[in-house]
Design a protein around this ligand. Structure first.
Ligand code: MG
Length: 398
């Protein structure tokens, strides 16, 4: 089998990659809705793909892996990787998890970081209300994640939150960092306490914190909330859109507290997880298959983390329904250090009409059934999708 074409259409805000082959099979991959302008970056990979056998996934990946980087620059390579697996699974007539070594579970746990209401404010009551909404959804999530501190508008809405004047939110990333005031610090603690008392011990609470904390505040906070038994504290020091890791500083934080410390959604490739994992610098890693370089890369990192006593909770909030399908395939194969992956919801309602193959409802008791359809297990309903194609993407399915 040979790749004859590579296409990319922006559907909604998601760039969708299509690998076209000479025997009629197509494979699809999806890029986060946060990256609607990514088509030209995908198309730069085309010359390296034409004529290659898509079922030799690793052989093809060796040709394009150098064209990625830390988030957002690994997205195009990652989407092509997932499209290659989709082709390989369909060609073999098996779900992708069979090609990754087979599933070790029939349902995979997912946590809620995407189904939420707009925040009503920045008080402890507002935070309690936000997580109460997530915990009461029909999906029955057993873990919910709430943004807090430098990952929110708290830095603007709570006067004198930290010692610097806040910069406006950057186009990508989190530009604010610095020592918190005692008042700001106390406010974050009170919001965490309010969320925990709203949830009780029925639903676990994870906090997405930054990046932006300085090390002494991070240590002080992680120790202060030990009594709340949080599932993890995410991205306190570096993280979302940070183009480096700082594993040695994370190690100091992690060694100082019993609260699990989490990072890694922005990290591209296994090599860049090496210092975090070998240094035992965090308790939980959170790679995103749409940024790390694909699902096989994520699987490899998960296995290596498990050898070192580190857990994994993959990121995925913006990945859309094809991204969801890919997360289900890979997470079905992960070792027991797997906690749950972040649920990517359909950003607009009509996505559930154009993508077929997911269970209905998708989530029950906080988990998703692993299906047995070939490839990634989902397919576009082309007829239904055509009206959503942009003018310049009219020939996407042709
Ligand atoms: Mg995050």
């Amino acid at each position: 089998m040979k790749i004859t074409d590579l296409k990319c259409a922006v559907i909604g805000d998601h760039p969708i990659v299509r690998i076209v082959t000479d025997d009629g099979i197509s494979g699809y991959g999806e890029i986060e809705h946060y990256k609607p302008a990514w088509s030209p970056i995908v198309m730069m990979l085309k010359p390296a793909l034409i004529g290659q056998d898509p079922t030799d996934v690793e052989r093809v990946m060796r040709r394009i892996r150098a064209r990625g980087g830390f988030k957002p620059w690994g997205a195009a390579v990652s989407a092509v990787e997932m499209a290659l697996w989709d082709v390989a699974g369909k060609a073999a007539g098996v779900p992708v998890y069979k090609l990754l070594g087979g599933k070790v579970r029939d349902r995979v746990r997912t946590y809620d970081g995407s189904l939420r209401q707009p925040m009503t404010g920045q008080t402890p009551d507002d935070y309690a209300e936000a997580v109460r909404y997530m915990a009461n959804l029909d999906e029955g999530f057993s873990i919910v994640k709430q943004a807090i501190a430098f990952h929110t508008t708290m830095i603007y809405d709570v006067p004198d939150f930290f010692v610097h004047t806040p910069e406006p939110k950057a186009f990508h990333g989190f530009p604010n960092r610095g020592l918190m005031t005692e008042k700001g610090f106390r406010h974050v603690v009170e919001c965490a306490e309010a969320m925990k008392s709203a949830l009780g011990d029925r639903v676990g609470l994870a906090l997405d914190c930054g990046p932006g904390w300085v090390l002494p505040d991070a240590i002080r906070f992680a120790r202060e909330v030990e009594r709340l038994n949080l599932v993890w504290l995410e991205d306190m020091l570096t993280g979302d859109y940070t183009p480096f890791v700082n594993a040695d500083v994370y190690r100091e934080l992690t060694r100082s507290t019993s609260t699990p410390i989490h990072t890694g959604e922005q990290i591209y490739l296994r090599q860049n997880f090496k210092a975090l994992i070998e240094g035992h610098a965090v308790n939980v890693i959170g790679p995103d298959p749409c940024d790390i370089g694909g699902i096989a890369e994520l699987k490899w990192v998960a296995e290596y983390a498990d050898l070192h006593g580190i857990m994994i909770a993959p990121h995925g909030t913006g990945n859309g329904l094809l991204g969801l399908a890919a997360l289900v395939q890979v997470c079905a194969t992960l070792p027991d250090n797997f906690i749950a992956f972040e649920y990517p919801s359909a950003r607009t309602e009509w996505w559930s009409q154009i993508v077929e193959g997911l269970p209905e409802p998708i989530v029950g008791h906080g988990t998703i059934a692993v299906g047995d359809r070939p490839g990634m297990g989902v397919e576009f309903n082309i007829e239904q999708t055509l009206p959503y194609l942009r003018e310049e993407d009219r020939d996407f399915f042709a």
